[in-house]
Design a protein around this ligand. Structure first.
Ligand code: UN1
Length: 495
């Protein structure tokens, strides 16, 4: 009998109203059934929205430092459970244990950061024009927030959304990706153990159409925060538009690493391998383009290919594995489709095969794949693949490299390897992206700096850092006139 996991609504664990379930299987071994999860529908979403609305007043009126204490305790609980959660996460989405531990750690970091905000949530106090009058701005919660999260960072991204929402005094409904529902259950269990009151955090499992859309369209959900593909992000935006619903989108990327001839090539090599093949290339921040300065091209590609061929592929639960499987069959098919496109557009240097024999026979494994001589506008250089596929593009100089890097509809992460400080600062200034690394790979964001991107990567919001508070709160300007008479701004000037 498979384990059955549940929704959490209004303080109670429960199945979907109409009794439907979906399976969650290990992508490294599809014979391993992790459990059955409620396949929820609009009625379950309605119940969760009601519960979150009912809990809102109690939660928003709890002093923020107290909410912060609960989040601090939550961080400690996640820290104590780090290994258990990481193992379950690897089992359900495939990335290696080192990375799932890092994912849980990012959730812990976010908890402690948000807990500290409970004693900050700064606004401004400013001088005012008239005597005996006081001016300040304060943050107010928004209400019920709908959080729609992806499978590639089940803990980091869910907590990036949930913890700032909570510290600002909002209540939430989490709809996790249907590939990683068990990690979300672990998160909500920790939330409850920390003492967050019933109805403040609700969990509804299911598909985008069954749960996501009803949540997006529900008039009492005041905010949607979504991380996923640009196509789905645009659909959500068109549904939120007519309701003028606040919407934070974190979407695709086609991130590039530039390697200049003067770079520390050993360092640039390690960065490219980690950026392109870490998480099996399934990060929004993954390096999917390598823009290489022509003088070092041959030398660099030779060692890059040698090293890519040595990457150990297998179940992420084995400590020696360096790259796990893709998350599901659909993702594997996408990779295979793009590799076929790539073979027509460019030169395949290594990889290009699915692994389906021996230890790989029951999983969605694919080789690290590198294409060279890719034209900057080729499809494999423009479209997000979300797999272990790297496109190498030649650049003649720094300007050319930056021009190629910017020539995409996305703008999330970017990187340049150089020892030339002038080149580094020009890149920082001219690269169109939300994140730029100098002498580091495109992955590895920390929670105290804003996370997000420009162009089709989002709609102008940032997660993490204190900037995320602008997503999850409304500003209120407060004027207190203690003069005892009517004073007219802009008119009653003081002589
Ligand atoms: C993502 O790629 O979806 O910077 C999030 C990183 C991680 C977060 C990635 N800290 O790669």
């Amino acid at each position: 009998m498979a384990d059955r996991y549940l929704n959490h609504i209004g303080g109670k664990w429960m199945p979907a109203g109409d009794g439907e379930w979906f399976e969650n299987r290990n992508p490294a071994d599809t014979n391993d059934l992790i459990g059955l999860f409620p396949k929820s529908s609009k009625a379950d979403v309605d119940a969760a929205v009601q519960a979150a609305s009912d809990a809102f007043d109690g939660w928003r009126l709890m002093p923020a430092p107290k909410r912060g204490e609960l989040l601090y305790r939550l961080g400690e609980i996640l820290a104590a459970r780090k290994e258990e959660i990481a193992r379950l996460m690897t089992r359900e989405m495939g990335k290696i244990l080192k990375e799932t531990r890092g994912d849980v750690q990012e959730g812990i970091d976010t908890a402690f950061y948000a807990a500290g905000e409970g004693r900050r949530l700064f606004g401004d106090t400013v001088p005012v024009e008239l005597p005996n009058k006081f001016g300040m701005s304060i943050r107010q919660p928004i209400g019920v927030c709908g959080l729609i999260t992806p499978w590639n960072f089940p803990m980091a991204i869910a907590t990036w959304k949930m913890f700032p929402a909570l510290i600002c005094g909002n209540t939430v409904i989490l709809k996790p990706a249907s590939d990683t529902p068990a990690s979300a259950v672990k998160l909500v269990e920790a939330v409850l153990e920390a003492g967050v009151p019933a109805g403040v955090v609700n969990l509804v499992h299911g598909t985008g159409s069954g749960v996501g859309i009803p949540m997006v369209e529900h008039p009492d959900v005041r905010l949607i925060s979504f991380t996923g593909s640009s196509a789905v992000g645009k659909d959500i935006a068109t549904r939120c538009g007519p309701q003028l619903k606040r919407l934070s989108l974190e979407l695709g990327g086609k991130n590039a690493q530039i390697v200049m001839a003067d770079a520390d090539l050993g360092l640039a090599l390690e960065g490219a391998l980690w950026g392109a093949f870490g998480t099996t290339g399934q990060r929004c921040t993954a390096t999917s383009r390598l823009i290489i300065h022509k003088p070092i091209k041959e030398k660099f590609l030779k060692i890059l290919v040698e090293r890519a061929r040595q990457i150990r592929i297998g179940s992420g639960l084995e400590e020696t594995t360096e790259m796990g499987p893709l998350v599901n069959e659909g993702q594997l098919e996408t990779v295979m489709k793009y590799v076929e496109i790539g073979k027509k557009e460019a030169k395949l240097l290594c990889g290009g095969n699915r692994l389906s024999a021996g230890a790989h026979r029951n999983g969605w494994f694919y080789e690290p794949t590198i294409f060279a001589e890719v034209a900057p506008r080729a499809r494999i250089a423009q479209e997000e693949i979300f797999g272990p596929v790297l496109s190498v593009i030649d650049a003649s100089d720094l300007e050319d490299a930056i021009r190629i890097l910017n020539d995409t509809r996305y703008g999330l992460s970017s990187s340049i390897y150089t020892r030339d400080i002038n080149a580094a600062f020009r890149a920082i200034r001219d690269i169109e992206a939300g994140i730029t690394y100098v002498n580091g790979p495109t992955i590895g964001a920390e929670v105290q700096l804003p996370f997000g991107g420009v162009k089709d990567t989002g709609n102008g919001h940032r997660e993490a850092s204190h900037t995320v508070l602008d997503t999850f709160s409304e500003w209120k300007s407060v004027y207190v006139d203690y003069s005892g008479k009517l004073q007219k701004a802009q008119i009653d000037t003081v002589e």
